[in-house]
Design a protein around this ligand. Sequence first.
Ligand SMILES: [Fe+2]
Ligand SMILES: [Fe+2]
Length: 537
Amino acid sequence: MESPTPNMGVPAELAARMSMAEQHEYLRHKLSRRGLVRGGMIAVTATAVVGAAGGVAHADNGPALPKSANDDYDGVAVAPFGRHLSFGADPATEFSISWQTPVAVRKPFVRLGRAPWDLGHKVEAEVVALHTPALTPTGKPVDQYYLHVKLERLHPGTTYYYGVGHEGFDPADAEHFGTVGSFTTAPARSEHGRHSAPDPFTFTAFGDQGVSYHALGNDSVILAQNPAFHLHAGDIAYGDPAGQGLPADASQYDARTWDSFLFQTESVAKSVPWMVATGNHDMEAWYSPNGYGGDVARFPFIANGPDPAAAPGIYSFVYGNVAVISLDANDVSYEIPANFGITGGKQTAWLEQRLKAYRQQSGVDFIVVFFHHCAFSTTNQHASEGGVREQWVPLFEKYGVDLVINGHNHVYERTDGIAGGVVRSPLLIGGTHRPGTDGVVYATAGAAGRSLYSFPVADSYEGHEAAVDSVPTYHWVSGGGKVTETVAWSRVRYTNYSFLKVDVTPAPAGRTASMKVTALAEDGTRLDHFTIVRTAR
Ligand SMILES: [Fe+2]
Ligand SMILES: [Fe+2]
């Protein structure tokens, strides 16, 4: 289980009250007394896009550039790994390609082309060198090298082939040709109504993955669905296994967990954009005052949120007829308040502005919102976050959000249509949901691989329905307390590894567009399915 360990010298009552920024200061101060402080993160090239967004720690007395461990090193000995793709703000024209090298390399680059044998376009990569000192007296320092290339002005609906390399390793060479991958940009969006519908597409989602047999099992099933993109609802790798947002967490932190994670994730993310939200385990106190410096080094977040420097995990994009919004629930969490209020209310104001704009945007039929902490879940471990209910649920209802996807609770759980905190419309397995009148559906897909939680009542899922009219549970309130409640909205519960698949079928204006939502177990067995319908605009 994820419990805090003895802390690093901070009295317990003080530790419980420290914000992420205070923990960061404390950690750097403590380590500087031990003579261990060097830079947290160094963006090398002039086109630094990642370093600028994270409020990251900069070099105190370290080298200005990462160097090879061996000056005679020629790059031949190492291959890139951990390739992962991300959308830019416009998935039809902007992509980022990211990867890692086990040591510093010279002149990292991407080769790109419209055919695997024609990779003539070469783009220099940005290097982000991430240094983690020994965070415990017996630990060892870790240096990691992340490479990023931002691609713009791509053609919509087009497949590109790419390879990543560096001086001494060229993916265009015959011996490395097997490392060449591909991706496909989103279809062009229609601006003013449409007479024909774009092609159907699929996306997938889960949260709380980490590195495990089950995490890899889910990745394998996800790859077989051929998704256009994947949403990771936070608690990404568990480099910080404690996740309490406390100074003591640093004594368990292992930066190398991210190496295993990105190696595991490459199986999907080398061809499927892997879009992450930030959970409680993604706050890592060493790198930056907000705890997100490491995340920003590893993932090229879309920087179109209200305050990318404070909270990089807040952004949005449109793929086909679906608008996707990623939120940072650490900002509103009463349960784990280390970053509570980090955007100063800007996130909620931005959310309303985004929801309003997307509801009016021609060609956008569905709005999907994903973030870490659940508004509605009944597990014994975390249950429901009152901060999300207070700040965001009224907006989800006001603007008829079509689907909310969460993690944090390591189970699959899906609600009926909810409005005003109670069931508006029962949504049975196999049922149809009309968001305008039926309330909002919340799907918790937090069983991606890390571990499993438990429910206070029996599981109920496809082929094993055991309907329960009322479930005893609780929600978190201001100050960190729990308030018990008995609820009727828990429709589907499944205590095993699983994820969400969403099949989107657009339609000509005036006809019915649909999102078929399916929950799959790690062996591909179907656990739940329902269909969300709207009249296409
Ligand atoms: Fe988790
Ligand atoms: Fe979590």
